[in-house]
Design a protein around this ligand. Structure first.
Ligand SMILES: [Mn+2]
Length: 296
């Protein structure tokens, strides 16, 4: 073959189509959201969709770790047109785009961008699945349960509070090691929020596994992964790094458990590097690659 087929602007192993009428039902659709306007520490997650896609080309079709090929059908539809500086408008645009995917029975995979955008796919999916049936699994160093941050309701630090306001069945947070007293007190008053700290992933992993396995296989789950859930020694290029995090090995085990469940949508947010081939970008891309290898 004389032609180089490397397309760094599409996730590796993705299928080609521009016509939603032609997509395979119940497959996955990747959308990039290059938005980082509410970032308060390190900005740069607007480059996440580009660096994650490019990094995905470092992997092979066969995934040795899981003894499987990446054989799931998925499409990469490119990036949405974000409105820099306007969180609400960007979320509205993304919600409309995800509504289109859902109408064609595609499950969204969102590459951020910062975390504020996660509410858009959840709202779009709720049109089909209803909030009260949906469990949100949130892997993150931070609780993201503030009602306001820096005077803003729409922020990377408030996103789970905004999602909780919509009354989902349950929010399960894993990897937590940063938050305010107000957030802690708020969670104690709620019967539909479960918090597992980063320490819990090391010292009482069985409790996490039991919790996840208590979700019936048909129950709709939305998975939101803030890449800062991983320890900064593995992934340092994030919006808000917090030491003593989760290891990629633990995350692989969580993905193995979750991939057997009914994941109706998934996002990976907060990678903040503009360096192609950056090890943080490769680790982020590996999570999506592993998920697409494992998922039925
Ligand atoms: Mn976070």
């Amino acid at each position: 073959m004389l032609f180089n087929t490397y397309k760094p602007w599409k996730f590796a192993f993705s299928q080609e189509t521009e016509d939603l009428n032609n997509v395979e039902k119940n497959s996955f659709g990747i959308i990039g959201v290059p938005f980082d306007s509410t970032s308060s520490y390190s900005s740069g997650s607007r480059f996440g969709p580009t660096t994650v896609r490019e990094a995905s080309h470092s992997f092979e079709k066969h995934n040795i770790k899981f003894n499987k090929d990446i054989a799931t059908t998925f499409y990469d539809f490119g990036d949405v047109n974000v409105v820099h500086g306007n969180c609400k408008k960007t979320i509205a645009i993304l919600e409309e785009v995800v509504n289109d995917l859902v109408a064609f029975d595609l499950k969204p995979i969102i590459i951020g961008g910062e975390h504020s955008i996660s509410i858009a796919p959840i709202k779009a999916l709720a049109n089909k699945y209803k909030f009260e049936n949906m469990t949100i699994i949130h892997l993150d160093a931070h609780m993201d349960l503030r009602d306001e941050y820096q005077g803003e309701k729409c922020s990377h630090a408030t996103v789970m509070k905004r999602i909780h306001d919509l009354n989902p069945k349950e929010i399960i947070e894993i990897g937590i090691r940063s938050g305010s007293v107000e957030e802690k007190e708020f969670t104690l008053k709620q019967d539909n929020i479960a918090i597992f700290t980063s320490k819990d992933t090391k010292e009482r992993f069985q409790a996490i596994e039991d919790k996840l396995n208590s979700i019936a296989n048909k129950e709709p789950i939305y998975l939101s992964i803030d890449i800062d859930v991983l320890d900064p020694s593995y992934v340092g290029e994030v919006g808000n790094p917090v030491p003593n995090g989760v290891s990629p090995d633990t995350l692989e085990i969580l993905l193995e458990i979750l991939a057997k469940k009914n994941i109706i949508g998934f996002d990976l947010v907060e990678l903040a590097t503009n360096s192609l081939g950056d090890s943080s970008a490769v680790t982020a891309a590996k999570i999506i690659y592993d998920f697409l290898t494992l998922v039925r």
